[in-house]
Ligand binder design. Structure first.
Ligand SMILES: *[C@@H]1O[C@H](CO)[C@@H](O)[C@H](O)[C@H]1NC(C)=O
Ligand SMILES: *[C@@H]1O[C@H](CO)[C@@H](O)[C@H](O)[C@H]1NC(C)=O
Ligand SMILES: *[C@@H]1O[C@H](CO)[C@@H](O)[C@H](O)[C@H]1NC(C)=O
Ligand SMILES: *[C@@H]1O[C@H](CO)[C@@H](O)[C@H](O)[C@H]1NC(C)=O
Length: 709
């Protein structure tokens, strides 16, 4: 790509060379083809990728320890690859047309041992895979037209500041896979026309400001596999024509965004295989020429946050594939990417791709989403509606993994009517591990992201039971609006279970992560749980309890009848910080058993039950029959108001969403009443549903509301 560009001087020079070569060939060259070598005209590409034919002497792989005594004087390309040559002691000045010499894979340990003589025609020199350790001053000064120099895969630990003196026409320099530990910008002062620089696989762990400043014509820079952990903000100052950078396989843990903004003409960026945890707001912003980006094979990447990509008018392709933890892309991750055509997202841990994500990309043509653990619920519903003109690549590998009834089905074959329009939050399991270790005094980030419709809000609960809302900060933690909880300067005090709660109007999902500080964690001590009834009315009771370190609480209640037979059990799943629950719609003068169970991250749980009898009523209380109709009427109203929501099975890890929901444990007459009010879906799996589960969303300071009844 970069090689395809060249300047006119080079072309003119090359044409002159060609006519000269043709002349020499026609006038019977001197010297014979050396024994065992192969001499023939072969296709040849110039360093500027111009195709031509060249008189080639091929002495590759012959076990030679010295150069052949004499070579045909018309030789243009001399191949001596894979021999045992230690030095070149006789100059090759007589090869007046020589364009390329390949001495790669030999036994050369010093460039000073390679006395090629003065070769003004030489364009390309290969010395890769030798044993060179140093490049002294002016070591290539007799090759003034050299355009390509390959010295990669040697043992170079030192390059003198004037090493490349005289190489003002050099276009391509391969220094990768050596033992350099630093970069000296003086090297580059002799290389004003350099277009391609390969520096990867050198133990240069730190770049410095102005490292490349003299390289005003550089177009491509490869900094792969250098164990770089950061890029100083002014590293790339002066690289006015740089179009492509590769940071492949380094140790960058964030996008070097400030350094990149100094590369005004950047078009291609490779950040593949770096331990970046999230692509954050503004990481790629206002890069007016950026066309293609690779963020593949990132072992730590969890999330692409809102406005991570913002105002990239030339961006046409983003590749974010093979990221085993990438489980969340914010619906507003892409903003003002008017030319984006291709979005590669296959082989990640995505459970969904929000429709807003694609709707925000007006020119999007193709998406690869296959090989992701897709949950076929409302978030992915748009894909199955077949209204989009976007092409899904490899649709045969685009399967549902959840819910169980659609497992293994092709996503596009699940009818969208089977999925509701709104659904419960689902915390992406790829984002949060069960346990995180942190050493004392260091920091740790816990990433919690959730898909849901409407878009869920997230908060965290600390081991002490404090609720931490987005944006809240203390000297020990900060909760990022995106859902990441950051703990600073960890001490044993910070150890323990942290719980993420994602909630929307439909319900909530919780996930807890146990933080160990130097192996220590505060295990929630198995305490006695005490449940109190704090208020008793005829139709409701208020129950409260005390607990710490809880992950989740369950409250259930049921009627105690004479024969101790429990009828109509009800259940609510509550976030850890909710320690009060208002049980409503109870029957008056009825004895109930109310149980609270508190589940912590550690094995075991605490539970306590109390029995309570609701107050009697005077009004309306003529017969029990009358009472039942009143309860039924109340229930019916609530049902209608939530028609269209969906339910959840009792196993909270399997969150199912359906067009309608059903209360199999309700007395049949109540259920029947509701059935009249709305139509039931044709879901064949409905018979398997059994739920008494009510998901509630607890908001501190507010009454918890029952979301499913
Ligand atoms: C390369 O040169 C070294 C001495 O510099 C020698 O010991 C070694 O045997 C040579 N290798 C080959 C393959 O000839
Ligand atoms: C980078 O670090 C790894 C692991 O420590 C090491 O094996 C590798 O050689 C290093 N790479 C360079 C270029 O120093
Ligand atoms: C969407 O298209 C797929 C494949 O063409 C087809 O199997 C499916 O039935 C369609 N769904 C709807 C809702 O039309
Ligand atoms: C209610 O909770 C208690 C304590 O967790 C449990 O033993 C009991 O089985 C539950 N009852 C129902 C009907 O779920």
């Amino acid at each position: 790509l970069v090689k395809g560009t060249f300047n006119l001087i080079v072309v003119a020079y090359l044409l002159a060379e060609l006519s000269l070569a043709a002349f020499v060939l026609a006038s019977e060259g001197t010297g014979h083809c050396p024994a065992l070598c192969l001499c023939e005209i072969r296709p040849w590409f110039s360093p500027s990728s111009i195709y031509t034919e060249a008189t080639t002497v091929d002495c590759n792989d012959l076990g030679l320890s010295v150069l052949p005594e004499s070579l045909p004087s018309e030789t243009q390309v001399l191949l001596l690859q894979s021999n045992n040559i230690v030095n070149v002691d006789k100059t090759l000045n007589y090869l007046v047309n020589i364009m390329e010499i390949d001495l790669s894979q030999n036994n050369i340990s010093s460039v000073n041992d390679v006395c090629l003589g003065s070769l003004p025609q030489l364009l390309s020199l290969h010395l890769e895979e030798n044993w060179v350790q140093e490049l002294p001053d002016s070591c290539l000064i007799s090759l003034p037209n050299l355009q390509e120099f390959y010295i990669n895969h040697n043992l170079i630990f030192s390059i003198s500041s004037q090493a490349f003196q005289g190489l003002s026409r050099l276009l391509r320099l391969h220094l990768n896979s050596n033992r350099l530990t630093s970069i000296n910008s003086k090297w580059f002062e002799s290389l004003p026309n350099l277009e391609i620089l390969m520096l990867g696989e050198n133990p240069i762990f730190h770049l410095s400001d102005m490292n490349f400043k003299p390289l005003a014509n550089l177009r491509s820079l490869v900094l792969a596999r250098m164990n770089l952990t950061e890029v100083p903000d002014n590293t790339f100052v002066g690289l006015e024509n740089l179009e492509s950078i590769s940071f492949f396989d380094n140790l960058l843990n964030r996008v070097p965004r400030l350094a990149l903004t100094k590369v005004h003409n950047l078009k291609f960026l490779d950040l593949n295989k770096n331990p970046i945890e999230r692509i954050q707001r503004g990481d790629f912003m206002d890069m007016v020429h950026l066309k293609e980006l690779g963020i593949n094979s990132m072992p730590e990447l969890v999330s692409i946050d809102s406005f991570a990509f913002n105002n990239l008018p030339e961006m046409t392709k983003i590749e974010a594939t093979n990221n085993p933890r990438l489980s969340y892309i914010h619906p507003k991750a892409f903003h003002k990417l008017l030319k984006l055509e291709t979005l590669m997202l296959n082989s990640n841990a995505l459970t969904a791709l929000h429709h807003s994500t694609v709707e925000s990309l007006p020119n999007l043509r193709e998406v690869s989403l296959h090989s992701n653990p897709i949950h076929c619920n409302c978030v992915i519903r748009w894909v199955t509606m077949n209204r989009t003109t976007i092409r899904f690549m490899e649709p045969d590998s685009l399967f549902c993994v959840e819910p169980p009834e659609y497992q293994g089905q092709h996503v596009r074959q699940v009818h969208f009517r089977e999925m509701t329009e709104i659904c419960l939050p689902l915390i992406s399991s790829g984002s949060l591990t069960d346990q995180v270790e942190v050493s004392k005094k260091s920091s740790v980030s816990l990433h919690c992201r959730a898909f849901g419709e409407p878009e869920p809000e997230i908060y965290w609960v600390t081991p002490l039971g404090d609720r931490v809302l987005p944006g809240r900060m203390s000297d020990k933690y900060y909760m990022h609006p995106e859902g990441t909880f950051e703990i600073y300067d960890a001490t044993e005090q910070e150890a323990g279970p942290y719980t993420c709660v994602a909630h929307n109007v439909v319900g909530a999902d919780l996930k807890s992560v146990l933080v160990l500080v130097d192996g220590y964690t505060a295990l929630p001590s198995k305490q006695l749980l005490h449940v109190y009834i704090t208020s008793v009315q005829s139709h409701s009771v208020l129950v409260s309890w005390k607990s710490t370190g809880a992950l989740q609480s369950h409250v259930n209640w049921s009627i105690l009848t004479e024969g101790q037979h429990i009828l109509m059990p009800f259940k609510a799943r509550l976030p850890a910080d909710v320690k009060k629950y208002h049980i409503k719609q109870l029957k008056p003068s009825t004895q109930y058993l109310v149980c609270v169970e508190v589940i912590a991250t550690q094995p075991g749980y605490s539970r306590d039950c109390v029995s309570v009898t609701t107050k009697g009523t005077v009004v309306l209380r003529k017969t029990t029959q009358n009472w039942d109709s009143l309860v039924m009427a109340t229930c019916a109203l609530s049902f209608i108001s939530i028609t269209g929501l969906h339910r959840e099975t009792t196993k909270h890890t399997h969150i199912h969403t359906y067009g309608q929901f059903r209360f199999t444990n309700y007395p049949q007459h109540v259920f029947g009443l509701w059935e009249d009010a709305g139509e039931l879906s044709e879901n064949p799996h409905r018979e398997n549903m059994q739920t008494t589960d009510r998901t509630i969303l607890g908001k501190q300071g507010r009454k918890p509301e029952i979301l499913q009844l």
